[in-house]
Design a protein around this ligand. Structure first.
Ligand code: PLP
Length: 434
């Protein structure tokens, strides 16, 4: 077999350090390597395989579409493209709006910003985003991200950064979670006041984040109010949080109409990662503003029929198999189990999430001092060892700095989930008593 490490340039790693098994198949919440070993996937790979691996209905839809028609450009219509757009507008209650398809999350965010700027009449309008956030790795998305790994590595692209509602280490020194969120929203209001007439949009996640910040419940509705009051569009980055990950179709729906953004971006779970696809969903009021203006943008593969057919089958699978509700139910169990684990394992400083199958464990040296295991965003070697031991035991965990990110496929078997948490606790204890 070809040694992949010698020929492929891999993401987010030192090339010389990359050394991973080759995955050759998958089924449900498991994937299999070339030696026939099975791994329980506790992160849906990149928090994207929400439907599990090789979902039969999605694979079948791709097969059928491939036999019928693989590709047509945007100059022509394509049935799966129209059907998927219609379904997304229905599920999100954005009827009268429109959907722009992209290839993934970063270009969805870039396009959402383009549309927000055009609709606001501010072609160079500033974009308010959070410190400790991630919106993609293309140059502009990287600039809007508050990511310690890449900060300062691109032009600012009109970005204004505000502190995140990181209640465990509140940047405002708040004593309560709610107060931290209130002050973080006030910081957005302040940024909009300081730049009055110059801001086109606020781009943020309503919930889950790769950077491990889960905003307190009072954050998003208050942010919505502030952006509306300031006449600035709110873009919800739902790339990771949508399609059940946070217990709703789209995480903002947890707050009902009080959480509705003006635009939202999607990717990952949109096809359950069976094919690359992203989307910007525009509210009717935004779409209306663009209706008679030239749209100066395009992607060759925008709304690729194969990807849209996969998206259509994926969205139907979430509905038919009641996976959004399942995620909410299993997510609550997982969160309770993690909180109970926290009471037994002193190295667990904080557990966040719980709305759906998404949780973040933050590890510390001492719970009382909250001293991190390693300065953010460094990966503590002990945690890397934990991941390696888990892999040897047939479970794949994702980590980020001091964080363990739990985001299993929504189809995960309840017993498998419980077993993985037992393994995690054992490994965390070994980490404390080597
Ligand atoms: N936005 C969020 C919240 C993400 O988690 C990610 C990817 O992890 C992105 C955007 C970028 O998506 P992509 O990697 O498909 O470009």
């Amino acid at each position: 077999m070809i040694a992949e490490r010698n020929v492929v340039l891999h993401s987010w790693c030192v090339q010389a350090d990359w050394d991973a098994p080759t995955i050759v198949g998958g089924r449900g919440a498991h994937f299999f390597d070339a030696d026939g070993r099975a791994y329980l996937d506790m992160s849906s790979l990149a928090e994207c395989s929400n439907l599990g691996h090789q979902h039969p209905a999605v694979v079948q839809a791709i097969r059928e579409q491939a036999e019928r028609l693989c590709f047509v450009t945007n100059a022509w219509g394509a049935a799966p493209r129209a059907e998927l757009a219609q379904l997304l507008l229905e599920k999100s209650g954005f009827e009268g709006g429109r959907v722009y398809f992209t290839l993934g999350g970063a270009d969805a965010n870039e396009h959402a910003v383009k549309f927000a700027r055009q609709a606001s009449g501010l072609p160079d309008g500033m974009i308010v985003t959070r410190e400790r956030s991630y919106h993609g790795a293309s140059y502009a998305a990287m600039a809007w991200s508050g990511d310690a790994r890449t900060s300062g590595r691109s032009e600012p692209f009109g970005s204004i950064k505000v502190p995140a509602p990181y209640a465990y280490r509140c940047p405002f020194g708040s004593a309560t979670v709610e107060d931290c969120a209130t002050r973080a929203v006030a910081a957005v209001a302040q940024a909009l006041d300081d730049n009055a007439g110059r801001c086109a949009a606020v781009l943020m996640e309503a919930a889950a984040g790769t950077n491990g910040i889960v905003a307190p419940d009072n954050y998003w509705p208050a942010l919505r109010e502030v952006t509306r009051d300031h006449g600035v569009w709110l873009i919800a980055d739902e790339v990771m949080s949508a399609f059940g990950r946070c217990g709703e179709w789209f995480a903002w729906q947890r707050y009902g109409e009080a959480g509705r953004p003006d635009l939202m971006t999607l990717a990952k779970g949109l096809t359950g990662a069976h094919l690359p696809l992203g989307a910007v969903v525009l509210g009717a009021h935004i779409a209306q503003r663009l209706e008679h203006e030239m749209l100066y943008t395009g992607l060759t593969y925008c709304g690729h029929p194969l990807a849209c057919a996969a998206g259509l089958a994926a969205v139907r699978a979430y509905a038919d198999e009641e996976l959004i509700e399942r995620s909410r139910r299993l997510g609550a169990h997982m969160f309770d189990a993690l909180r109970a684990m926290q009471a037994r394992v002193p190295g667990i400083g904080d557990v966040r999430g719980g709305a759906g199958l998404f949780a973040v464990i933050e590890l510390v040296k001492h719970r009382a001092t909250r001293e991190p295991l390693a300065p953010w965003p460094q990966a503590p070697p002990v945690l890397q060892r934990l991941v390696a031991r888990a892999r040897d035991a047939g479970v794949s965990f994702a980590t980020r700095g001091n964080l363990i990110i739990l985001a299993p496929p929504l189809v995960i078997d309840e017993n498998d989930l419980a077993d993985a948490l037992v393994l995690l606790e054992r490994l965390l204890r070994e980490l404390e008593n080597p």
